[in-house]
Design a protein around this ligand. Structure first.
Ligand code: NAD
Length: 477
């Protein structure tokens, strides 16, 4: 089997590889991917440092051309790359292809941003002096990504980093190196100069840690768990570097008595279970007012009966497998914890077998949960959700906000008054009305507050905040 190597200083290097295994069928090896050492990470950082002066001063058309070509190739290969994504991560083929198209759109958007770079000129408060405000590249950017969006998250970090003139050391998650390797290969062939983008696949504790410990990495953008995010933060403070963290969520979805029942059920099922519940924006707390509670739970049960859990690549599958054994153990542990805590497992939650050996779990819905239970406070990151019964809107809002996280939130209601109030008072970075908590656009800001995020927003023109540093220059006329 061909070994997919690391890209360091424009050369494909590395011998020792590990198998990338399909969670829908553990007999299926997607490919062999090299594992970088700490020394490889240091060489990649040195290459990115050496490439920075020229790339940061490169013409905007050169950067535009590389990003444009990349967007085009990803789009042309959307079926093949979407399939690779679903095969290595386990989300359905439709979701895999959808995410691939989104990655193309992200490269396209930032190709455009290269041509829209702008500054400001202002008069000084002192006569005859002009002030120019411009944005400059930050330097070597370390990119560390999780496994659950194998192509979109790398795209939304790599594209702006390059557009604004930074060079990159990129470490994808161990579980899903395939899509990352593919987009680095595309960018490399699209004409990036040597060392501008370096790929170091491998273990977080080795490769990621080497990036955290290097004084030559000027910024780190991280998406992943709270625990690793804290390590990134501590190391970055130590090195006085810029850092951006996108971490966990415990996103609430509120259903009010006046909701359209079918809209509420569709949004709740999508939020809780699509992409196997493995989205940072997934909702695992469904907060329902008492007038609609029983009708809503019954309708959820009916809807859940129709969900087909199977091989991610099979036509007709709605929910693919869990990503690996350790995540499956975490999901089933939380199902056991929920029962012990006194919540009622109303639907699903069983391990199921299919034609191929994979990590299949029937989506689980608890009822009679309280917001104090661990299943309501801790991120499970699987197809497991809990319904919390509340008296009215005021209690629903209070429960929704009673969490250490603040990534996204949602409400199902036909009341303009409640929708407006919720948009203003929900303590989340993204708020959805009559829509699932997950599913966001690529051209607008993405991010949260409280324990979910730290630093400037990602995506859209707001990405410039992280990937540039502002210069204020004064000139005597
Ligand atoms: P993780 O923290 O285990 O790993 C994330 C990345 O960090 C991986 O590439 C890993 O190799 C690396 N890493 C691990 N140890 C490291 C170290 N010591 N130094 C440097 N890097 C290290 O997270 P995961 O399990 O891959 O992803 C799941 C988590 O990601 C969930 O908590 C989820 O909510 C979160 N997530 C958040 C968002 C968001 O935008 N808020 C989006 C997607 C996923």
């Amino acid at each position: 089997m061909t070994l997919h190597q690391n890209l360091i200083a424009g050369e494909w290097v590395g011998g020792d590889g590990i198998a990338n295994v399909n969670p829908s069928n553990t007999n299926d090896v997607v490919g062999e991917y090299a594992r970088a050492s700490a020394e490889d990470a240091s060489a990649a950082i040195a290459a990115a440092k050496a490439a920075f002066p020229a790339w940061s001063r490169s013409g905007i058309l050169e950067r535009h051309a590389v990003l444009r070509k990349t967007a085009d190739e990803i789009l042309v290969r959307k079926d093949e790359l979407g399939r690779l994504l679903s095969r290595e991560e386990g989300k359905t083929l439709a979701e895999g292809i959808g995410e691939t198209i989104r990655a193309s759109q992200i490269f396209d958007f930032f190709a455009g941003e290269c041509l829209r770079l702008a500054g400001e000129t202002l008069p000084s408060v002192r006569p005859n002096i002009g002030v120019e405000i411009s944005r400059e590249a930050v330097g070597v950017v370390g990119i560390i990504t999780p496994w659950n969006f194998p192509i979109a998250i790398p795209a939304w970090k790599i594209a702006p980093a390059l557009a604004y003139g930074n060079t990159i050391v990129f470490k994808p998650a161990e579980l899903v190196p395939g899509c990352s390797w593919a987009i680095v290969d595309i960018l490399h062939r699209a004409g990036l100069p040597k060392g501008v983008l370096n790929l170091v696949m491998g273990k977080g504790s080795v490769v990621g840690q080497a990036m955290l410990d290097s004084p030559d990495v000027q910024a780190i953008t991280f998406t992943g768990s709270v625990g690793t995010g804290k390590r990134v933060a501590m190391a970055s403070v130590e090195h006085n570097r810029k850092f951006q963290l996108e971490m966990g969520g415990k996103n609430p979805f509120v259903v009010l008595d006046d909701a359209d029942l079918s809209v509420a059920v569709e949004a709740a099922v999508n939020s809780a279970f699509f992409s196997t519940g493995q989205r940072c924006t997934a909702s695992s707390r469904v907060i329902v007012t008492e007038g609609i509670h029983d009708k809503f739970v019954a309708a959820m049960g009916e809807r859940m009966k129709g969900l087909v859990v199977d091989d991610a690549l099979k036509a007709g599958t709605h929910i693919g497998p869990v990503v690996d054994q350790s995540q499956l153990n975490q999901d089933t542990d939380y199902i056991a914890i929920g029962k012990q805590e006194g919540a009622r497992l109303a639907f699903g939650g069983e391990l199921i077998s299919r034609d191929t050996p994979g990590f299949y779990l029937q989506p689980a819905l608890f009822t009679e949960a309280t917001n104090a239970m661990r299943i309501s406070r801790e991120e499970i990151f699987g197809p497991v959700a809990a319904v919390i019964r509340v008296k009215d809107y005021d209690e629903a809002l209070a429960v929704a906000n009673d969490t250490p996280f603040g990534l996204s939130s949602g409400i199902a209601t036909t009341s303009l008054k409640h929708a407006t109030h919720f948009k203003r008072n929900s303590e989340a970075g993204m708020v959805m009305v009559n829509l699932p908590t997950a599913g966001v656009d690529f051209h607008v800001p993405f991010g949260g507050r409280k324990g979910s995020s730290h630093g400037p927003r990602e995506q859209g023109k707001y990405a410039a905040e992280f990937y540039t540093t502002v210069k204020t220059a004064y000139t005597l006329a």
